[in-house]
Design a protein around this ligand. Structure first.
Ligand SMILES: NC(=O)c1ccc[n+]([C@@H]2O[C@H](COP(=O)([O-])OP(=O)(O)OC[C@H]3O[C@@H](n4cnc5c(N)ncnc54)[C@H](O)[C@@H]3O)[C@@H](O)[C@H]2O)c1
Ligand SMILES: O=c1ccn([C@@H]2O[C@H](COP(=O)(O)OP(=O)(O)O[C@H]3O[C@H](CO)[C@@H](O)[C@H](O)[C@H]3O)[C@@H](O)[C@H]2O)c(=O)[nH]1
Length: 441
């Protein structure tokens, strides 16, 4: 059992702190946001993450987990301090390290001799060295700085913590690395011990590669759509090759969230600074921007103008199982619809309030007044919605599906008009003609 402090109670800090407490450590989580700490102490989780709230509550009860805003108290006995504050993007796309800098400078007067400082936040290569300099200037005590990037995904964060693919430990000091291994020793995940620069780079390279895989399949989907091939079949066939793998081959309206958009931009900046323009990654970002406009471009082609159209926007979170709307493709779609003079109304099973447009709890009500619907997030309550609901609720059932929730065969005999990603549109049965037949647009 170790005495651990976690600085920052965002996704990464709260999940890390709670899971470490669950492994038996004594954990104190610190945040500068008083409201957040009060809410956590009252047993509320600040965001939607399956399983997290009950784990917080059980560890609070066992007194293995504490929340505070008082840094001195939290750091005083700590053997290891995890830094999990945000690293948002600067205007030029580079990572803003001001939260990391301020966090480590604030804690350095209070640390014990020999404390392990662990950088969990996603930071550019070279930050480990900077952290040592920022702390050195203020503190006469000895300490070790280890880079330990986080790979959890929102929506499956607990599973990813306990059953991750690897734990990367970047350290110049073998004992410090071993101390961190000991903290994680109850987790059966392989360790990769490396130097800090490589550890920092592994995080950016991993996110950039996954983002590249998504933009690649989205590019293939555009060609498929024009040719008449089916992207779902193509992705399945590609994924069966174990060298390619089936994950991250879901074509759609692009990647969002607080990581891929920010981290790809930051890596482009890092590469630029080393004198190596990362053309491939710049293209990945361009493709993603284009992809976010895909559904509206299809609707414009279909209707000519979207002015005055009532649009049901289904899904606001950047992906299912989270209430995070940071860089959500659904939000950028709403903003563009409004610029075009449309009237969007949204449904999401967990996001209930956004400043951009009305949100309704009932998917049926959202559909009933709409000229057409657009799927942005594949929550089960959206992706499993029977097609009858569209046919029976809407004046004219027209669906633009940005996450390919339905299979082609689902449409046999239906009157719904269906546009998806990388597949031919389906116009539905032509019911007003004497001979009933299918027609592909
Ligand atoms: N969100 C994810 O799924 C995820 C996954 C892996 C890595 N990361 C990386 O982890 C880092 C944190 O991400 P997040 O989504 O948890 O961030 P977040 O923005 O949700 O939360 C950061 C928290 O840190 C607090 N904070 C800021 N400065 C502080 C200080 N000086 N002392 C104490 N608390 C302070 C803020 O109040 C906030 O609550 C980022 O670098 C991110 O790129 C995020
Ligand atoms: O085949 C796919 C897979 C994902 N996405 C989109 O990509 C985005 C990101 O999805 P995901 O990776 O599941 O979510 P995040 O929680 O952002 O997790 C990523 O970003 C984290 C922060 O760095 C990392 O820790 C994780 O390993 C990395 O997967 C979402 O908008 C998804 O809709 C697709 O469009 N197609």
């Amino acid at each position: 059992m170790r005495k651990i402090t976690v600085i920052g109670t965002g996704y990464v800090g709260l999940v890390t702190g709670t899971c470490l407490a669950n492994l038996g450590h004594e954990v104190t989580c610190v945040d500068i946001d008083e409201e957040r700490i009060d809410a956590l102490n009252d047993g509320h989780c600040p965001f939607h993450e399956p399983g997290l709230l009950s784990l917080i509550k059980s560890n609070l009860l066992e007194k293995r987990l504490r929340f505070t805003t008082i840094l001195k108290k939290a750091v005083h006995h700590a053997e290891a301090i995890f830094i999990a504050v945000g690293t948002p993007e600067n205007e030029d796309g580079s990572a803003d390290l001001s939260y990391v800098k301020s966090a480590v400078q604030n804690l350095s007067p209070y640390i014990n001799d020999g404390t392990l400082i662990i950088i969990k936040s996603t930071v550019p290569p070279g930050t480990n060295q900077k952290v040592r300099e920022w702390m050195q200037s203020d503190s006469g005590r000895t300490f070790h700085v280890v880079s330990n990037p986080e790979f959890l995904r929102e929506g499956s964060a607990l599973h990813d913590f306990f059953y991750g693919d690897r734990i990367v430990i970047g350290s110049t000091d073998n004992n410090a690395g071993r101390f961190l291994e000991d903290i994680y020793s109850k987790i059966n995940t392989p360790f990769l011990q490396t130097d800090p620069l490589s550890a920092e780079m592994i995080k950016y390279a991993s996110n950039a590669f996954l983002a590249t895989k998504i933009s690649f399949i989205n590019e293939i989907s555009s060609v498929c759509g024009d040719l008449g091939a089916d992207i779902e079949q193509v992705a399945q066939g590609m994924g069966m090759d174990s060298r390619i793998g089936e994950q991250f081959l879901r074509a759609g309206i692009g990647f969002g969230g607080s990581c891929f958009p920010k981290d790809t931009k930051a890596l482009v900046q890092v590469a630029q600074e080393t004198g190596h323009p990362f053309k491939l990654l710049s293209a990945v970002m361009d493709v993603n921007e284009r992809q976010k406009n895909l559904l509206i471009d299809k609707a414009l082609k279909r209707y000519g103008s979207l002015k005055g159209k009532h649009v049901a926007v289904l899904g606001l979170a950047f992906k299912p199982n989270t209430d995070d709307i940071r860089e959500s493709p659904g939000i950028s779609l709403i903003k563009r619809l409004q610029k075009l003079g449309s009237i969007p109304i949204a449904y999401d099973p967990v996001v209930k309030n956004i400043p951009y447009c009305a949100v309704n709890n009932s998917i049926h009500e959202v559909l009933s007044g709409a000229d057409f619907a657009m799927i942005c997030t594949e929550w089960p309550s959206i992706s499993d919605l029977p097609l009858d609901v569209y046919e029976n609720t809407m004046k004219e059932a027209v669906l633009f599906d940005g996450r390919n929730c339905y299979a082609r065969e689902d449409f046999e005999g239906r009157t719904i008009e269906y546009h998806s990603v990388g597949r031919q549109p389906y116009e539905g049965l032509i019911t007003n003609k004497q001979s009933i037949k299918f027609k592909l647009l």
